[in-house]
Design a protein around this ligand. Structure first.
Ligand code: SAM
Length: 293
């Protein structure tokens, strides 16, 4: 372990990234999810998964079936609301990115992007915004194959980097297109729970150092209970074991009532409305910070 990041199975593409993308495909078959799913997200995700070589097209077809949907729904007893929450999470992050762009952000950075299609979909819509994505080499290698097959975008930069080996600041400073003074919006969706406390703190600190005034940080996190331990409900022990078995263990969590102070110490003001502060979406909470200028 280096830089405080845990040892995920780094030379293999992320299984959890594939899981999230397949869940979006499966949600596409659920009539009740249509009002949450972003326009075009299901088709783009299906195409990205297949073109990148992450899964065969038959796996995508299987995830579109009502049988698979019933399996996903059956598993919701374990983590209530988690399946649908992934669509909410994607919608929340993209709404925040669109809002920031509307307010003048010219850079969007997605950390631990996996097979997420936001950058690929939004890059042509916002040609004056530069989109950056970072993920571990094996996962990003596949994503690059996918983007090359589906159509590259001149303002989408895909970076293969293990942030446990090279700091975010170093990674972006060595990319000539990254502008340290630009108003930016950063997304860390379904990522922070895989990092150690040191790594999470370092990430927020470095993001404040490499972005311009008015920049925002959109993220999701798993809450801790009052004893400070990661808490996803009744099946926490089993989930921790399963994540570990997949070699992508959940490590970091924080109490929602501690988030504001935590962010403030790292250079960010929490912007989450009070009614959202204690709102769980599946196993996670959603959050938003603005850089303290
Ligand atoms: C649960 S997946 C989420 C993927 C994507 N954000 C989404 O929600 O669709 C977590 C992602 O974080 C990436 N990740 C974890 N540790 C990382 C590290 N040290 N450096 C770069 N990426 C990392 C994984 O490879 C994986 O793609």
């Amino acid at each position: 372990m280096k830089n405080g990041f845990d040892d995920m199975s780094k030379n293999k593409p992320s299984r959890t990234a594939c899981k999230v993308a397949l869940a979006i495909v499966a949600l596409g078959a659920k009539p009740a999810s249509q009002n949450i799913l972003l326009p075009g997200i299901v088709q783009a995700t299906e195409a990205m998964l297949v073109a990148s070589g992450a899964v065969f097209s038959r796996v995508v077809r299987w995830h579109r079936s009502s049988f698979t949907l019933s399996i996903y729904e059956a598993f919701d007893w374990m983590l209530p609301g988690e399946f649908k929450a992934l669509a909410h999470r994607k919608a929340f992050c993209e709404q925040q990115v669109r809002y920031s762009i509307g307010k003048g952000a010219t850079q969007a950075l997605v950390l631990g992007a996996g097979y997420d299609t936001m950058g690929w979909r939004l890059a042509p819509e916002f040609p004056s915004v530069n989109f950056f994505e970072i993920d571990q080499p094996a996962t990003m290698y596949q994503k690059i194959q996918g983007v090359e097959a589906l159509g590259t975008r001149k303002n989408l930069f895909l970076i293969q980097e293990d942030l446990g080996k090279k700091s975010l600041k170093e990674t972006l400073m060595s990319n000539q297109s990254w502008d340290i003074n630009a108003k930016s919006v950063i997304v860390a969706e379904g990522l922070l729970m895989y990092l150690t406390a040191n790594a999470v703190e370092g990430l927020f600190r470095q993001c404040a150092e490499i972005t311009g005034s008015g920049s925002r940080f959109v993220f999701s996190y798993i809450p801790s209970s009052s004893d400070g331990k990661l808490d996803v409900g009744r099946w926490t022990g089993l989930m921790l074991w399963l994540q570990k078995a997949m070699r992508e263990p959940w490590i970091w969590s924080i109490r929602p009532d501690e988030l504001e102070t935590f962010l403030k110490n790292l250079g960010w003001t929490s912007l989450i409305a009070s009614e959202e502060i204690n709102k769980r979406h599946g196993v996670e909470f959603f959050a938003l910070g603005q850089k303290i200028d």
